[in-house]
Ligand binder design. Structure first.
Ligand SMILES: C[S@@+](CC[C@H](N)C(=O)[O-])C[C@H]1O[C@@H](n2cnc3c(N)ncnc32)[C@H](O)[C@@H]1O
Length: 213
């Protein structure tokens, strides 16, 4: 299901800040060399993430699901002085690619890469986060939320990507479609959680913004 018409996305991109050169390069190389390039946040969502981060000026950010580092660099744009972003991905093959672009962006001292499953790494992180971006395996979104909620500062923001899951959340769910079931469960969980206030934005594949009370 096309959630936002392509022409509207193009118009919105044209009337937003340009995609920074380094991110254009990263995006192109991802499409040339890495499987599933559609997973990358891209121009419009990237500018949204950068804008949110700049509004918050977080000292500590956590990203769950680095992929090739596109969103990591966008989120890092808003980091406070001496701020740090932790980013987790279990795909070892992406580490060098990520490192190359983090270095090019002169962010190597601000980005802490973690390689391993998010479920095993999150409990080892001792920081309190002002901004969290959940963008890994959909089946574990609920578990990630449960693991991070007490590590988020008061007023901190939790962003969750792909919460419309290509529109499947409003269609009849196939019996074995565990991802769609997980996202539907997650959206309901967020709606009912009294520790946050929240809004689901129909941007790209759906971004949920939760603010910890
Ligand atoms: C949608 S991509 C992330 C895209 C990236 N945040 C961006 O916007 O450019 C999801 C990433 O999550 C990683 N991933 C999936 N399941 C994971 C898990 N259980 N633990 C850690 N990383 C995982 C995948 O390897 C993949 O690189």
């Amino acid at each position: 299901m096309e959630l936002v018409p392509e022409k509207i996305t193009v118009y919105a991109e044209k009337h937003s800040d340009d995609e920074p050169k380094i991110l254009q390069e990263l995006r192109r190389e991802t499409w040339q060399k890495v499987i599933l390039p559609r997973m990358l946040s891209g121009h419009l969502q990237g500018r949204l993430l950068a804008m949110i981060s700049k509004l918050i000026k977080p000292k500590k950010i956590l990203e769950i699901g680095t992929y090739t580092g596109y969103a990591t660099i966008c989120l890092a744009e808003g980091l406070a002085k001496n701020g740090i972003i932790h980013t987790i991905d279990y795909n070892e093959e992406l580490v060098d690619f990520q490192k190359k672009y983090f270095t090019k962006a002169q962010l190597e001292n601000k980005i802490q890469q973690h390689t391993g499953t998010a479920l095993s790494i999150i409990p080892t992180l001792k920081d309190t986060f002002d901004l969290v971006f959940i963008d890994a395996d959909k089946i574990n979104y609920s578990r990630y939320f449960d693991l991070i909620i007490n590590k988020v500062s008061k007023g901190g923001i939790i962003l969750s990507d792909n919460v419309l899951w290509n529109g499947k959340v409003i269609e009849e769910v196939k019996k074995n479609d565990v991802d769609t079931k997980a996202i539907i469960h997650y959206n309901l969980k967020l709606k009912n959680d009294k520790r946050i206030e929240s809004i689901l934005l129909p941007v790209r594949d759906g971004i949920h913004i939760a603010r910890k009370l």
